[in-house]
Each structure stands twice: as structure tokens, then as C-alpha cells.
Design a protein around this ligand. Structure first.
Ligand code: FPP
Length: 266
């Protein structure tokens, strides 16, 4: 199938190559770096914030599609600890987005049985953002379907440092008889620690907009994740591209450092 994406005022061709097979396992936890809102807006001679607004609509569509496909956790990188460096006007807009998003979308999330969670340094968010987030978490807390996990004011190095500090304080109470430090102990103290163990690490990380880097996102948790990069800008990302990414995941041979091949598993 040939797909077209706007790129610097012209459309470039990109093939969606990976056949999605609904009978094969899908990644249980998908994490997405939603990049390219600004470029999407600039391509249309619109202010950057118009790209974020359209990006919010994409979040709604992708949340519903991921939930229908049976994804268990969808983690979305909505605001990083570095995003405060942007102009005030853009930061203010980004801080208002969760309010608009939850105000308009919570009824649908409830209908879809989706549970909202937020990870990040949320104490530093403006009061109205914190309140909207708390409300959405509370309103969806009894839902038992997909977890929609927003990374808001999130940065992975700071997350790891905070977890190590918390562990250090806990362990210092043991004095000489220090227990052995395990990966699981650190994993529990990370911001994904609220998830059941088997779901903490994303199996698939998607980044849109053609950039191929991780940008301080889930550094510990993505040790064995499959990575999928697409040139599509986030507002252009759609259900077909999500299936393309999952199709790519399904064709990969995950060995976790071992030697097992797909054929040997069968
Ligand atoms: C990166 O694109 C995107 C962001 C920093 C914000 C992400 C926010 C959304 C997708 C809106 C949805 C949010 C919620 C809470 C529902 P960029 O601005 O860096 O794009 P550029 O690289 O093209 O400039």
C-alpha cells in the first residue's frame, strides 16, 4: 500500500510495508514519542500550537484503535522535562491541552473501559493541569481495559535518579545488613512501577516525524523494546500506521540476548 505524507510543502511517498496479522500476538505495552506537531503546522503556515491541537485529535483516534486491538498499556510522551524551554505561549498551550483533552474525551474513555494514568513530575505542573489529570484518573479508576498512560513533565534520567534516591533512603535503614539490590527493586521505584511487572516495559516504541532518537524516554524500560520509526508527523499518524508498526513488530525475531529464532519457537 502506498501512503502519502506532507513533508516541507510537498508530499513524499512512503510504503506501509508491514502486514498486520490479527491472529499473531500484538505488543501488550506500546509507547509513543509523538513528534512533528510543529512541522505539521508550519507546513500549513499555521502557528505551532495548531499542530498540538491536531495532535490531540490523533491521540483520541490512536487510543481508541489501540484499545480495540487489545493493547494493554499505551504510554504517550506528551511533555518532557526539557519542553519547559519552549516559548511561554507554547508551554501554556501544552499545559491547557490535557484539560481540553480530558474534558472532551473522558466520557468516551469510560465507554471504552480505558483507565487513565499519568507519570512524571506532576507536582510542578500548573494547578489547572494537575486538577484535570487527577479528575480523569479518578473518573476512570474503575475501568478495567487498556491503561492510557501519559508521560507529563517526564524525563527518564531524572526518573532513574529519583528512584535511586528513594531506594538509597529505604536501604540506609538497614545499616550494615544491606539487602541485595535487584533490577526488580529499581523497577518498582520507577514511574512505571504501578504497572504489573509483565507490563512495565514497552514491547514496542514508536517515534513519528523521522527523528530516530529516544530523547530521554523510558531509558531503563526500553532495554529490550523493538523500535519503530516513521516519517509521518504525529498529526498524520493513523490507525493504518499503528497497524504497520505492529506488523513490523510481529515480523521481528525477539531473542532477548539469547539465540532462539522464530523457527525454533514454532
Ligand atoms: C512534539 O512535537 C510534541 C510535543 C512536545 C507535544 C505532544 C502533545 C500532543 C501530541 C498533544 C496531545 C497531548 C495531550 C495531553 C492529549 P514538536 O512540537 O516537537 O514538533 P516539531 O519537532 O515538528 O517542532
Amino acid at each position: 500500500m502506498l501512503r502519502f505524507f506532507p513533508q516541507k510543502d510537498k508530499y513524499i511517498k512512503e510504503a506501509a510495508e508491514h502486514e498486520f496479522d490479527p491472529s499473531l500476538p500484538i505488543p501488550q505495552h506500546i509507547a509513543i514519542i509523538m513528534d512533528g506537531n510543529g512541522r505539521w503546522a508550519q507546513n500549513r503556515r499555521l502557528p505551532r500550537v495548531a499542530g498540538h491541537k491536531e495532535g490531540m485529535e490523533t491521540v483520541k483516534k490512536i487510543t481508541k484503535h489501540a484499545s480495540h486491538l487489545g493493547v494493554k498499556v499505551l504510554t504517550l510522551y506528551a511533555f518532557s522535562t526539557e519542553n519547559w524551554k519552549r516559548p511561554n505561549e507554547e508551554v501554556d498551550f501544552l499545559m491547557q491541552l490535557p484539560v481540553d483533552f480530558f474534558d472532551t474525551f473522558v466520557p468516551e474513555l469510560i465507554k471504552e473501559n480505558v483507565q487513565v494514568k499519568v507519570m512524571g513530575f506532576t507536582d510542578s505542573l500548573p494547578a489547572h493541569t494537575q486538577e484535570a489529570v487527577k479528575r480523569a484518573i479518578d473518573q476512570t479508576k474503575d475501568n478495567t481495559g487498556m491503561i492510557l498512560n501519559f508521560a507529563l513533565n517526564y524525563g527518564s534520567r531524572a526518573e532513574i535518579l529519583t528512584a535511586v534516591q528513594a531506594l538509597y533512603e529505604e536501604l540506609s535503614a538497614y545499616g550494615e545488613a544491606l539487602p541485595e539490590l535487584t533490577e526488580d527493586m529499581l523497577g518498582t521505584h520507577l514511574m512505571t512501577g504501578f504497572l504489573p511487572n509483565a507490563l512495565r516495559d514497552p514491547e514496542l516504541v514508536i517515534r513519528t516525524s523521522g527523528e530516530e532518537r529516544i530523547s530521554n524516554f523510558l531509558l531503563w524500560q526500553i532495554a529490550y523494546s523493538e523500535l519503530f520509526f516513521t516519517k509521518a508527523l504525529w498529526p498524520d499518524f493513523d490507525s493504518a500506521l499503528l497497524e504497520d508498526a505492529i506488523g513490523s513488530f510481529q515480523q521481528r525475531n525477539r531473542r532477548f540476548g539469547g539465540l532462539k529464532t522464530k523457527e525454533e519457537e514454532e
